[in-house]
Design a protein around this ligand. Structure first.
Ligand SMILES: Nc1nc2c(ncn2[C@@H]2O[C@H](COP(=O)(O)OP(=O)(O)OP(=O)(O)O)[C@@H](O)[C@H]2O)c(=O)[nH]1
Ligand SMILES: [Mg+2]
Length: 354
């Protein structure tokens, strides 16, 4: 389950600069609006220092971190839903992502054109919010006639039609789908519409280099994550020690990637568990609250289907007792069954039978 995050925002706010820094991939960052035309997809390893600690004990053939996929699309402008600019047609590329990171310009470089004249986080994010809502309303408008037709033949669909109509009213008042009160069943009913404003949203404030550690005012109730795309793009040119020193100088403990991924995990209720063997030490992503079989299923569906038990060691025990053998001897290796709720950092070995 590789987490995927779509990057949106006004043109020229630094989306591609950030994307390039995060993914170390050559998405074009350029000082003119609409530099990005084709969507760029990049996969990034999730930094997790625990992997190295585990590897120091196990000496595996390789280390496999969890990954996050970022999708960089063209900037959205006011009126995008009516075909203004280029962004709207690329929204389709982020329909399938798990979350949206909206880049908002805070940096104050007069040489970089702002499509609305000057940066204003409140107004700029409002423009994007409106465009995303209008894009969703377009999706709903296209889907409804088909749904209504199907509902005439299949009475079971009446509830769905009624739900989508209520949602349409709500969104017509300028609200995101995410804030529409729904039961889990209702949420499942509209899942296939892949509404953009249904996705959890993070704001990334692209700040001036000296403000990367700033505490910013919330936008629409959500505190933005300050990241300097410029700093990030400088860090990727450095070796690890240099980068750490540079971050410390900026008053930061973690790179923007780490802070962004951590925030996304928190927002989406995700955590990691590990497998550790001679061949590889590996991180896997699961929802908080997932039980052992569900965790097993992330590795292979057979592991879930034929789940018997999970030999489990807490991350701290694994380090303290120097690995599996030490934990076994100390009675720290637990045999967990199908109702075990996996804890962040658990080192697990699944027994299964298919
Ligand atoms: N001073 C400063 N300039 C930045 C920063 N981030 C991006 N820029 C500059 O802003 C311009 C636009 O950056 P891009 O990353 O191409 O912006 P974008 O949001 O991808 O733009 P579109 O693809 O056109 O929507 C480039 O000249 C960047 O160098 C920053 O943190 N500080
Ligand atoms: Mg771009």
């Amino acid at each position: 389950m590789a987490l995927s995050i779509g990057i949106v925002g006004l043109p020229n706010v630094g989306k591609s600069t950030l994307f390039t820094a995060l993914t170390r991939k050559g998405g074009l960052a350029a000082n003119y609006p609409f530099a990005t035309i084709e969507p760029n997809v990049g996969v990034v390893e999730v930094p997790d220092a625990r992997l190295q600690k585990l590897a120091a004990i196990v000496h595996p053939g390789r280390i496999v971190p969890a990954t996050v996929e970022f999708v960089d699309i063209a900037g959205l402008v006011k009126g995008a839903n009516e075909g203004e600019g280029l962004g709207n047609q690329f929204l389709a590329n982020i329909r399938e992502t798990d979350a949206i990171a909206e880049v908002v310009r805070y940096f104050s470089d007069a040489d970089v054109v702002h499509v609305e004249g000057a940066a204003d986080a409140e107004r700029d994010s409002e423009i994007i919010k409106t465009e995303l809502i209008l894009a969703d309303l377009g999706t709903i408008e296209r889907a409804l006639p088909r749904l209504e037709k199907e509902a005439r033949r299949d009475k079971a669909l009446a509830a769905k039609v009624e739900l989508v109509q209520r949602l349409q009213e709500w969104m017509n008042e300028g609200h995101r789908a995410l804030n529409f009160t729904m039961t889990d069943e209702e949420r499942a009913l509209i899942y296939d519409l892949h509404l953009l404003t249904m996705k959890p949203l993070l704001y990334v404030a692209n700040v001036d280099e000296d403000a990367a550690a700033a505490e910013l005012e919330p936008i629409d109730g959500v505190r933005p994550i300050p990241i300097s795309a410029k700093v990030e793009s400088e860090i990727i040119e450095m070796d690890e020690d240099e980068a750490a020193e540079y971050l410390a100088m900026m008053g930061l403990e973690q790179s923007g990637l780490e802070r962004l991924v951590r925030a996304a995990y928190r927002l989406l209720g995700l955590q990691s568990f590990f497998t550790a063997g001679e061949m590889e030490v590996r991180a896997w992503t699961i929802p908080i609250g997932a039980k052992a079989p569900q965790a097993a299923g992330v590795i292979h569906t057979d592991f879930e289907r034929g789940f018997i038990k999970a030999e489990t060691v807490s991350y701290n025990d694994y380090l303290e007792y120097g690995g599996e053998a030490g934990c076994r001897a100390a009675g720290k290796l637990r045999q967990e069954g199908k109702d075990y709720v996996v804890q962040d950092g658990d080192v697990m070995h699944f027994k299964f039978n298919v």
